[in-house]
Design a protein around this ligand. Structure first.
Ligand SMILES: C[S@@+](CC[C@H](N)C(=O)[O-])C[C@H]1O[C@@H](n2cnc3c(N)ncnc32)[C@H](O)[C@@H]1O
Length: 329
């Protein structure tokens, strides 16, 4: 695959998103109307949750945070498909599944320009499988669409595997349903992913990957993520769990980490990439993914890759990345 072309540069990092930048993502009132018009009222609790959501991942698809998250996701799925035994993939916060990088949303902030738009398989041959997924959705040497986590999982799923996708935003739920072609193997739910996760564990296959990737638009998500993962782990301790986080306020991430480490979960690794120093003013300066029960190959792969990605994506001379074992096996 040749160089991807993408114009402009991402601007969002100069804008504080500590309050999660509703100005970028729309208005709560709009969501209320969409919710009433588009989606059946599955339950009162869903309706209550939907009224809070204004985040749309279409503004951010393919940015530097997606790159690291999806590279790790590809590694985990690739690992799970090495054995014939079936596995289940659970995506608690799925988004729309697939993103048109020429849409008004994507063009508004051009975040992919400082993410996937900076990378190509010739410079990053170790990301061959990640590029393979992207290539499968695009014409040669072009980048028109970028896969979200559900599309990446869909690419890897074999006939014996299953996926459960949760998405609460009514429009993204409808898009997600449209983008997922195999309804027998892939179940799409307009339900709260935290509650959905609890109901699905342990999976019948006893092999599973759980991606927990909220937008953290709701501040309690920082606590909820850890509570639900710890609760899930108690029911299914051999599963792989991946938790994505944004570094907008480092204290919140430190607190998440402390809470996770206070549980008795072992075998936890963390992979983080920053494009600028931590700052209270600049919005999301870094993002990372915490993996419980990671594939044995993941750490070495990421320790080589993260400095290389940082050199490619960081604007200044300083490189910002973390690759550590938070808790040994
Ligand atoms: C960061 S995006 C997901 C991106 C996606 N995982 C990917 O990598 O392509 C977070 C999504 O979670 C949805 N969401 C927020 N709270 C939710 C909840 N409690 N349950 C299910 N979906 C939720 C939002 O509407 C948003 O689309």
């Amino acid at each position: 695959m040749g160089n991807y072309s993408a114009n402009g540069r991402a601007d969002i990092w100069n804008n504080p998103v500590g309050d999660n930048s509703r100005e970028f993502y729309g208005f709560v009132g709009q969501e209320l109307n969409q919710c009433r018009m588009v989606v059946p009222l599955y339950s009162l609790s869903i309706f209550r949750d939907q009224t809070l959501l204004s985040y749309r991942h279409s503004f951010h698809a393919g940015n530097f945070a997606d790159v690291v998250k999806h590279v790790v996701l590809v590694e985990m799925l690739d690992h799970l498909t090495q054995k014939e035994k079936p596995f289940e993939y659970i995506d608690t916060h799925s988004g729309a599944g697939l993103y048109n990088l020429q849409s008004n949303d994507a063009l508004r902030l051009q975040e992919h320009a400082n993410g996937i738009g900076q990378l190509n398989v010739n410079d990053f041959p170790e990301l061959e499988r990640y590029f393979e997924v992207i290539q499968s959705l695009n014409p040669p040497n072009a980048l028109g669409v970028y896969p979200g986590s559900p599309a990446i999982a869909q690419y890897f799923l074999r006939p014996q595997d299953r996926a459960w996708l949760f998405e609460l935003h009514p429009q993204d739920y409808e898009l997600l349903r449209k983008h997922m072609v195999n309804r027998k193997r892939i179940k799409v739910r307009c339900e709260n992913g935290f509650e959905g996760l609890n109901a699905l564990l342990p999976p019948s296959s006893r092999r599973g990957l759980v991606l927990v990737d909220p937008s953290y638009e709701i501040k309690s998500d920082y606590d909820r993520v850890i509570e639900h993962v710890v609760g899930g782990y108690k029911k299914f301790s051999s599963g792989i769990y991946a938790i994505w986080y944004p570094v907008v306020d480092r204290h919140k991430i430190d607190a998440m980490e402390t809470k996770l480490l206070k549980s008795d979960i072992k075998n936890i690794q963390r992979f983080e990439l920053g494009i600028a120093e931590d700052s209270a003013e600049r919005g999301m300066t870094a993002s990372g993914i915490i993996v419980i029960n990671p594939p044995w190959t993941l750490f070495d792969k990421m320790s080589d890759l993260l400095p290389k990605l940082a050199r490619q994506l960081t604007k200044g001379d300083e490189l910002y990345f973390k690759c550590d074992v938070l808790s040994a096996e």
